[in-house]
Design a protein around this ligand. Structure first.
Ligand SMILES: Nc1ncnc2c1ncn2[C@@H]1O[C@H](COP(=O)(O)OP(=O)(O)OP(=O)(O)O)[C@@H](O)[C@H]1O
Length: 270
């Protein structure tokens, strides 16, 4: 276990994602202080910490919403620092959000199709003149979406408006939309928040299936420690914006500093 230094992995020579000494503050609040991490191809990497410890801020620095004020971020060897959020997907990174962010009034299918927008031509006029080309493109997008619907077993709700399906399924639709952009790295912000035990087990299964089928590297914020220890190769724990532990998932979450950081003892294992 290494404290306050980049996590070491067997493939550390070629990390997919590397954050070095990333710092971010909001006014007087130092949300991240010198956070470093390194994630290897094919890993599931857990990001853990008490409420307000900086997890979402770290994801937001990676995905361009709040660029770091200090430090650097590289993805597949290329600098990511300062890349605008709408260009992040083009670089091969997709994310889901802590609170479900789907378009109400649209069907499950159309919400997933939106994940294809990064491949779509910007000019409606061009589509009008080259309708035959637009039609071919549309078919290709729909085929890709069908593959994902199949992978995540969403057939039975494909035509339902998203707001009428249960939360567990909405989270799965969000995952599907992220996968529709064909990412190489997937960032999941509390994919199991608000789920019951059965829904949790389902989403874990689908995350693992998607990782295998699509050769993904995954960074996952999650409060459920049983999930972190069950599926993450390694984990990094933040407290007050600083790294307090990192390493193999079980070791990291059981580190004495981590236990101490959670109110009165062991983190929630539910
Ligand atoms: N846009 C913002 N403006 C001001 N302060 C912010 C902003 N975003 C985050 N913070 C502050 O930064 C700190 C870290 O917040 P962050 O949301 O990253 O924590 P977290 O670990 O994701 O928490 P949670 O588990 O509750 O989602 C907190 O003190 C929070 O209030």
């Amino acid at each position: 276990m290494h404290l306050n230094s980049p996590a070491v992995s067997p493939h550390a020579a070629q990390p997919v994602l590397r954050c070095e000494q990333v710092s971010r503050w909001f006014g007087g609040v130092r949300a991240l202080s010198d956070v470093s991490l390194s994630i290897a191809q094919g890993e599931i990497f857990g990001l853990v910490g008490p409420n307000g410890s900086g997890k979402t801020t770290l994801v937001n620095t990676i995905t361009g919403f709040y660029p770091p004020q200090q430090g650097s971020i590289h993805f597949e060897g290329q600098p990511l620092t300062g890349v605008r959020p709408h260009l992040i997907a083009h670089r091969g990174i997709a994310r889901t959000f802590q609170n479900v962010a789907l378009f109400k009034g649209m069907s499950v299918l159309d919400n997933i199709l939106l994940g294809r927008h990064i491949f779509m031509r910007p000019s409606a006029l061009a589509s009008l003149f080259y309708w035959w080309w637009a039609e071919r493109e549309e078919i290709a997008h729909r085929l890709k979406v069908e593959e994902i619907i199949d992978l995540l077993q969403l057939e039975s709700v494909r035509d339902e408006p998203v707001e009428v399906i249960p939360l567990g399924l909405q989270k799965r639709v969000e995952l599907a939309r992220a996968l529709a952009s064909q990412p190489r790295m997937l960032i999941l912000d509390e994919p199991m928040a608000g789920m019951n035990q059965e829904e949790k087990e389902y989403i874990v299964r689908f995350i693992l299936d998607a990782k295998e089928a699509l050769n993904l590297t995954i960074l996952m914020i999650e409060h459920h420690m049983d999930v972190i220890t069950a599926i993450c190769d390694r984990a990094l724990v933040l407290n007050n914006g600083r790294v307090i532990a990192e390493g193999p998932a079980r070791e990291a979450v059981n580190h004495p500093d981590v236990i101490a950081a959670y109110i009165g003892g062991a983190p929630d294992a539910a």
